[in-house]
Design a protein around this ligand. Structure first.
Ligand code: SAM
Length: 247
């Protein structure tokens, strides 16, 4: 099985360029504005902090941000960018933190890197345990979509320009709800293979898993600008609060 660590240690060298090309860098300000509002003077913890795409602008808004990531190379990108964020190597599928946070967030489909239901529940349990009494968990996840799959497979052209051709080859395993995918990035004379395995969940399964660990949905949006979540939405931004006092 391909592990997330393997995938992102390889991905790190092109991560900032890739996120810029697909519009995720330009979205960072509205994402951090949304998250800052929920911090209300408290600290934040990002699960799968990566290169700090959102953590850095959130810090610039006055929030103390910490983060966990299991990729040395992604953590190095973050360290090269700032020394204001404490981040450590760890697995978001079951972590413990010494302090509690007003906000724990897991964005840009990072929850999907946990490829079993058990790992996903363990992540939500750890996140719930890391919240203070007023704390909230924010999860940004894409809505599963299978248009274009033929016999369980699909190849998508992510983007093409004069320098780059970026394809994604995916195989769908409906039994495990896994997508086994490899990004193929052709640039100049080089080809990079960036393999990854993901587990998709629909929003209602996410709510059920969250309820299982003592969280309840408090807000759900279709984007970071608080657009409505509708049957046309391609993703959701879900905010959970505790439904019982801490143990
Ligand atoms: C899609 S990227 C998102 C990075 C960042 N949150 C952002 O929004 O740009 C997923 C991140 O999760 C990290 N990751 C993958 N599996 C992980 C795991 N099991 N535990 C901790 N981090 C993980 C990867 O190294 C990568 O930095």
């Amino acid at each position: 099985m391909l592990s997330g660590e393997f995938a992102y240690d390889r991905f790190a060298s092109v991560y900032d360029k890739y996120t810029d090309m697909v519009g995720k860098v330009s979205e960072s300000e509205e994402t951090s504005a949304f998250l800052a509002r929920l911090c209300r003077g408290g600290n934040a913890l990002e699960l799968g902090i990566g290169s700090g795409r959102v953590a850095v602008p959130l810090t610039e808004r006055g929030v103390t941000v910490e983060g966990i990531d299991n990729s040395e190379n992604m953590l190095k990108l973050l360290a090269d960018r700032t020394d204001l964020i404490k981040a450590w190597k760890g697995n978001i599928a079951g972590f413990s933190s010494e302090q509690c946070y007003r906000l724990v967030y897991c964005i840009y489909n990072t929850f999907m890197v946990l490829v079993t239901r058990e790992e996903q529940i363990a992540c939500l349990q750890s996140a719930a345990d890391a919240l203070d009494e007023e704390g909230v968990l924010v999860v940004e996840l894409r809505v599963p979509a299978f248009d274009g799959f033929v016999n369980g497979q699909k190849t998508t052209t992510m983007f093409v320009d004069h320098e780059n051709t970026f394809l994604n080859a995916e195989i769908h395993d409906p039994i495990t709800q896994n997508l086994i995918q490899t990004f193929l990035w052709f640039s100049g004379t080089s080809v990079r293979r960036l393999p990854e395995r993901l587990r998709y969940v629909y929003h209602q399964e996410l709510d059920t898993m969250a309820e299982h660990v003592g969280l309840k949905l408090s807000e759900r949006w279709g984007d970071w600008k608080r657009g409505a979540f509708t049957d046309a939405s391609k993703r959701h931004v879900s905010v959970y609060r505790r439904n019982r006092l801490k143990r």
